[in-house]
Every structure is written in structure tokens, then in C-alpha cells.
Design a protein around this ligand. Structure first.
Ligand code: PRP
Ligand code: URA
Length: 215
């Protein structure tokens, strides 16, 4: 039976467009260019969902016909923070919708044998505590990388953090949600399980290698 996790803090973005694009993404025949395009498109659709609760404020505008009361986003600044490398593939999808967002970077790789995360780079906007942080990484497997990234960001003062992945494993979701009691997670799919190499099954393989064509 699949591991249980706190579903109240996980949003599965299961729009038909997401399901369709994700099926192509998973297919082993999908090549690098199309894979990269799809990761960007899925990130855009997830970003739309992950920012649904941003507050708006009234603004008076003039259309070509008359004045009217309209609305705009009420001054909340955003940061998109990819976990290197694979998270880079999702950044432009977020920036397509929020072009003024700042971009921070967290370098993290997973040891192939122990599956433990190793941090190798960090550069964040200095006012990270005042920004809504959209942390992006296509894969949440054991949850080790995500939990380490969140711990680092909390230590730097980040408060409102939303983690956007494309495919998650139930085991990893449980780890991350327990490690960080406030994070909200968005995923296009929660898959069945991890295999003995801690790869997500059915998953889509190695996201970084498929985005950058390195294997
Ligand atoms: C992948 C993926 C996540 C991590 C998930 O990155 O992009 O960052 O593994 O696994 P976890 O939940 O078990 O920690 P990887 O370490 O392969 O590095 P890459 O992005 O440079 O390919
Ligand atoms: N990293 C990936 O890229 N894919 C997995 O299935 C697990 C970790």
C-alpha cells in the first residue's frame, strides 16, 4: 500500500491539459527539446494554481470606453527558486506568468548510492523573507533534496514557501511535510512508489538528464 501523507497541504494539479502533457513527458520516446518545452508548460500551469490565493487590491483604470474599478495583485513580491539542475527547466514557465519575480538558486545533487542530498551552491534575493517563494524541482522522490532546500530557506528567513514539482512519490511527500510544517506542495501527479534506486515509479526517469540531454 502507498505511504500516506497529509493531503491537506498537497494540491494535485489534475487539469486535463496537465494530464495530457504529463503523459507525453513520461513517454521514453519524448526527446530533449519536447521534454524541455513540456516541463516549462507544466510549470506555467502549476504556477497559475500555486498563486491562486495571492491577494488583490482595487485600482481605478480607464478603458477606451469609461472609468472602472479593476483589481491588481496587492504588492506581494515573488521569488522563484530552482533546485539545480533540473529545477532550472521550470523557471521560465513561472517567469512567463510573473516576469518581475526574482530568481534565487539552490544547488543540490543526490548521491547516487546513499540518495542523500548534497548542497553545492546557494544565491538568494536578499529580501527573501518578504517574498512568496516558489521553489521548483520536477522530482520529489525520497524528499531529501526538497527537505534540505526548505530547511536552508527557512534558515535564511523565508516564510511563505510553496514547493512546485511535477511528479512526487508518496514517501517523499510524507518526509517533506513532516520536516516543514508550513510548506504547501503542488504536484502534477503523486505516483505509486519509489524503486530500490529511489527512482519514482512509474515516474519519468532522470529529469535533469532528460531536460539537458546528458544521458
Ligand atoms: C533530482 C531531482 C531532485 C532530486 C529528487 O536531482 O531533480 O532534485 O533528484 O530526489 P530526492 O527527493 O530523493 O532528493 P539530482 O540529484 O538527480 O540532480 P540534477 O537535478 O542535477 O540531475
Ligand atoms: N530524480 C529524478 O530525476 N528522477 C527520479 O525518479 C528520482 C530522482
Amino acid at each position: 500500500m502507498a505511504k500516506e501523507f497529509d493531503r491537506a497541504r498537497v494540491t494535485v494539479v489534475d487539469h486535463p491539459l496537465v494530464k495530457h502533457k504529463l503523459s507525453i513527458l513520461r513517454d521514453e520516446r519524448t526527446g530533449t527539446k519536447q521534454f524541455r518545452d513540456l516541463v516549462r508548460e507544466l510549470a506555467r500551469l502549476e504556477c497559475y494554481e500555486a498563486t491562486r490565493d495571492l491577494p488583490v487590491e482595487p485600482v481605478r483604470i480607464t478603458t477606451p470606453l469609461c472609468e472602472m474599478d479593476a483589481e491588481r495583485i496587492a504588492g506581494r513580491k515573488l521569488a522563484v527558486i530552482p533546485i539545480l539542475r533540473a529545477g532550472l527547466g521550470m523557471v521560465d514557465g513561472v517567469l512567463d506568468l510573473i516576469p518581475a519575480a526574482r530568481v534565487g538558486h539552490l544547488g543540490m545533487y543526490r548521491d547516487e548510492v546513499t540518495h542523500e542530498p548534497h548542497e553545492y551552491y546557494a544565491k538568494l534575493p536578499e529580501d527573501i523573507g518578504r517574498r512568496v517563494c516558489l521553489v521548483v524541482d520536477p522530482m520529489l522522490a525520497t524528499g531529501g533534496s526538497a527537505a534540505a532546500a526548505l530547511q536552508y530557506l527557512r534558515g535564511q528567513g523565508a516564510r511563505d514557501i510553496r514547493f512546485l514539482c511535477i511528479v512526487a512519490a508518496p514517501e517523499g511527500l510524507d518526509v517533506v511535510l513532516r520536516a516543514d510544517p508550513d510548506v504547501r506542495i503542488f504536484a502534477c501527479s503523486v505516483d505509486e512508489r519509489l524503486n530500490d534506486d529511489a527512482y519514482i515509479v512509474p515516474g519519468l526517469g532522470d529529469a535533469g538528464d532528460r531536460i539537458f540531454g546528458t544521458r
